[in-house]
Design a protein around this ligand. Structure first.
Ligand SMILES: [Zn+2]
Ligand SMILES: [Zn+2]
Length: 232
């Protein structure tokens, strides 16, 4: 998929647009709209978070209506250590061998985007159609620390902090995607079948993998008994 070419006066105009994936960004919005750049469609708040080097893997910070898709997406990522590549185990276009994940966006009729772009949206923020680059050179890698967004500066003030954070949160995310798969398998077999179809081997493997989990994820508060997690 060709990337969107950066225009000369990038981000010179802002207008109201649909809410982004990150729940905090619609707080205080009275008309149900959030500020977005008119050219890239990126969320203005997401761009400032990215510029400051903020990154999140927390399903609780995702807007309620996107949580199911978020967990479905990460179910197809082989989440490894923060300094390793995280391979995409979901669907690929057979001709170009490029990854994709179905997710409709408001600016276009296309309903499929590269797994890398979706990984950037769900971690760094809703960067719209800004071009991205994998610094590890692996176009199937979904590790947010290996992704750079072009056109906006990145300041990694808290890089050290981020690694600790990312390790903790990626363990949590692995656990949450597992619960998501188990719950879907049990409560919504038809949807589960659809998910399984994308890569049966991988999904079966994920369902059988019962660890190793960190002591943090085994703590007293997990997604299963947390009423604030909702897939609707
Ligand atoms: Zn946002
Ligand atoms: Zn990588």
């Amino acid at each position: 998929m060709a990337q969107w070419p950066l225009p000369p006066n990038l981000h010179s105009e802002i207008a109201g647009g649909p809410i982004c994936f990150h729940a905090d960004h619609s707080i205080g919005s009275k008309d149900g709209l959030i500020p977005r750049y008119t050219d890239s469609h990126a969320c203005v708040k997401c761009i400032s978070a990215l510029t400051e080097g903020r990154l999140s893997l927390d399903v609780h910070k995702i807007e309620r209506k996107y949580r199911r898709r978020f967990l479905e997406f990460w179910s197809f990522v082989e989440i490894k250590d923060p300094d390793e590549c995280w391979p995409w185990r979901g669907k690929y276009h057979s001709r170009s061998n490029s990854s994709y994940f179905p997710i409709p966006r408001h600016w276009g009729s296309g309903r499929q985007y590269s797994a890398q772009r979706v990984a950037a949206w769900f971690t760094w923020g809703d960067i719209g159609r800004l071009p991205i680059k994998a610094v590890c050179g692996n176009n199937n890698c979904c590790n947010p620390l290996h992704l750079r967004v072009k056109g906006v500066p990145h300041f990694f003030h808290n890089r050290h902090m981020q690694l600790i954070d990312l390790e903790f949160n990626s363990n949590k995310l692995t656990h949450e995607t597992q619960l998501f798969l188990e719950t879907t398998c049990e409560k919504d077999p038809r949807r589960f079948e659809k998910i399984q179809k994308a890569n049966r081997l991988w999904i079966d493997f994920r369902l059988q993998a019962n660890g190793p989990l960190s002591p943090f994820t085994m703590g007293d508060k997990t997604a299963s008994d947390d009423p604030s997690i909702s897939f609707t």
